[in-house]
Design a protein around this ligand. Structure first.
Ligand code: AMO
Length: 412
């Protein structure tokens, strides 16, 4: 007999069926007991008269049931299984977490320590189902716009974003790093495909333990050639986030220059921001509240971050060279996306590295692309776990990361 799923049962009233899944809960009443089975589609209810055998099996044991489907408006999905024969496929040890609770009562560290079990909770699992849908839509949107999906090495010879937060490794006796981003490769591949994207892990040796930083996260990277400036990239960002979750993106995402944002925050809070070249997390939250209030929008583009804060590959604003043709997209008061226009002339790269006191030696392979003709181009990266945590309203990014890596956590 073919295995049916919880969601399919209502179409089989009157039939004898087979279901299988995890023993979610046994509810024993005086004359009758309910065995609740969980499978990937939801919960099914099985009525048993004698629960003495099931009562010996701890929750999360894997069981199989054959029985007849009958209507019962009070049961999950309006049906239940009666005349049931229940058997054990795999006996569990007592569960470290009460998965049958509608909201998990275990602390986050306990949930993370026991991820193999905690992730089974329908609410925890749901965030990752949403992430999977977002990813599929991200890909579909870019495929339709003529982008090619690529995969690039995660063991690399040089840092891409900044020297400090990079993991060094021993590569057959040679120094190497875990990639902080696919930045150099995605730019290089604009020379090959014009438009590329990559979904992959990136590694940051973040020195602080915060609720929004991981040591490994999933970066959704995009890069495209033949742009006029960063605003063409922002159009693609808008199309992508709209595709990922259409209901939350306004017709037009408000845009504000970094200098104007600082001026506004300083005027409103009395904070002296004259020496700041970035937005603090507190100021991002302030802007999130302001955008919600003034524009009824969850999103805000902040453009023109100071060049001193951006990586060497960033294109300056030709009108105000101390500012850059770059942007961040804030989502509900938190940075979700960073992007911008890049330098595309070889001579500009040599000058930019020199101005930062860096030799070109570490970048020879990357710079070859620019020696051999690169169009004006730009791109962006979106942190998947940041996206999902904001969407789910999670207080901590670890709640929407399957197996988070941070300063203190290397397992599970
Ligand atoms: P950036 O370093 O700003 O830019 O990273 C891009 C986006 O990635 C997310 N993010 C993180 N998420 C979780 N944990 C972290 N430690 C973490 N660090 C960053 C954020 C952030 O906006 N190469 C550029 C992108 C580009 O210009 O194309 C880059 O990596 O959501």
């Amino acid at each position: 007999m073919e295995r049916l799923l919880a969601q399919e049962l209502s179409q089989h009233v009157g039939e004898t069926v087979r279901v299988a899944g995890w023993l979610h809960r046994l509810r024993q009443l005086k004359s009758v007991s309910f065995v609740i089975i969980r499978d990937r589609t939801g919960l099914s209810q099985v009525v048993v008269n004698d629960a003495s055998m099931v009562a010996q099996w701890p929750e999360e044991s894997v069981i199989e049931v054959t029985g007849r489907v009958v209507s019962n408006p009070q049961a999950p999905a309006g049906v239940e299984i009666v005349d049931a024969a229940v058997s054990l496929l795999s006996r569990a040890e007592p569960s470290p977490i009460e998965l049958f609770q509608p909201v998990l009562n275990a602390t986050l560290p306990t949930q993370l320590d026991h991820a193999a079990v905690a992730l089974r909770h329908p609410e925890r699992k749901r965030a990752f189902e949403i992430a999977a849908v977002s990813l599929a839509r991200f890909r579909a949107c870019l495929d339709a716009l003529g982008f090619t999906e690529v995969t690039t090495p995660k063991i690399v010879a040089s840092a891409t974003e900044s020297g400090a937060n990079v993991f060094a490794i021993d590569y057959f006796g040679q120094p190497a790093f875990l990639a902080q981003s696919p930045q150099f490769y995605k730019q290089t591949l604009v020379g090959v495909f014009e438009r590329v994207y990559e979904v992959g892990p990136v590694f940051r040796a973040e020195p602080h333990d915060t609720v929004r930083h991981l040591a490994q996260y999933t970066s959704l990277d995009v890069e495209l050639g033949f742009i006029t400036d960063h605003r063409d990239v922002m159009e693609i960002v808008t199309a992508v986030v709209r595709a990922m979750e259409p209901s939350i993106v306004p017709d037009e995402i408000p845009v504000m220059h970094f200098a104007d944002a600082q001026e506004m925050i300083a005027a409103a809070t009395g904070e002296d921001l004259s020496n700041e070249n970035d937005l603090s997390p507190g100021n991002e939250r302030w802007l999130g509240d302001w955008t919600q209030r003034e524009h009824n929008s969850d999103f805000l583009f902040v453009t023109g971050y100071p060049m001193s804060k951006r990586p060497f590959y960033t294109h300056p604003d030709p009108e105000r060279p101390e500012f850059s043709n770059s942007f961040d997209l804030l989502f509900r008061g938190q940075e979700l996306v960073t992007g911008g226009q890049r330098l595309h002339l070889y001579a500009d790269y040599v000058a930019a590295l020199e101005a930062r006191g860096e030799s070109t030696d570490a970048y020879v392979a990357y710079l070859e692309a620019f020696k051999h003709g690169m169009p004006p181009h730009g791109g962006f990266a979106l942190g998947l776990e940041r996206w999902t945590s904001r969407l789910a309203g999670a207080a901590n990014i670890r709640e929407t990361t399957l197996f988070p890596r941070d300063r203190n956590r290397l397992s599970p």
